[in-house]
Ligand binder design. Structure first.
Ligand SMILES: [Zn+2]
Length: 139
């Protein structure tokens, strides 16, 4: 990968200039309104460049997207558990397996995805399967 080089630099007032271009020459013939637009555009570019190059942006974007997807998944599962509301069409289903200790006392419930918990929710909080077999403890 070629090395990323900044296009902008900041002057003593914190305003962005294009590296290698005399900003006074550049903005000399601009109307006041245009001058402000160029200044704003350069400042914004400099802000992006402060974050990093294309590689950093791609990483940031991927992080945000996976976080969003995860957040969305857990939000949906929490909502479904709260409302017992079934909105997913390709719903997988499963059955809670009762986990008992050597004295046949109930210790919890497990899902085929590997989730184990004390409560048998209507939907598995890990994989989202619509679950049956937990009715016994919900009364
Ligand atoms: Zn599960």
């Amino acid at each position: 990968m070629s090395e990323y080089k900044r296009l902008t630099d900041r002057d003593e007032f914190g305003n962005a200039d294009i590296i290698g271009v005399d900003s006074e020459d550049l903005q000399l013939n601009l109307e006041y309104d245009e001058f402000n637009k160029v200044t704003n555009a350069l400042n914004r570019l400099a802000q992006y460049e402060d974050i990093g190059g294309p590689a950093e942006f791609a990483k940031l974007k991927a992080e945000l997207e996976s976080e969003k997807a995860l957040h969305h998944k857990y939000e949906k599962l929490a909502l479904k558990n709260a409302m017992e509301y079934d909105e997913v069409i390709n719903e997988k289903s499963g059955t809670w397996e009762r986990m008992e200790n050597a004295w046949e006392e109930l210790e919890g419930f497990s899902c085929e995805c590997g989730y184990f918990g004390q409560a048998a929710f209507p939907y598995c909080p890990s994989c989202g399967r619509k679950m049956s077999g937990g009715e016994a403890i919900q009364s």
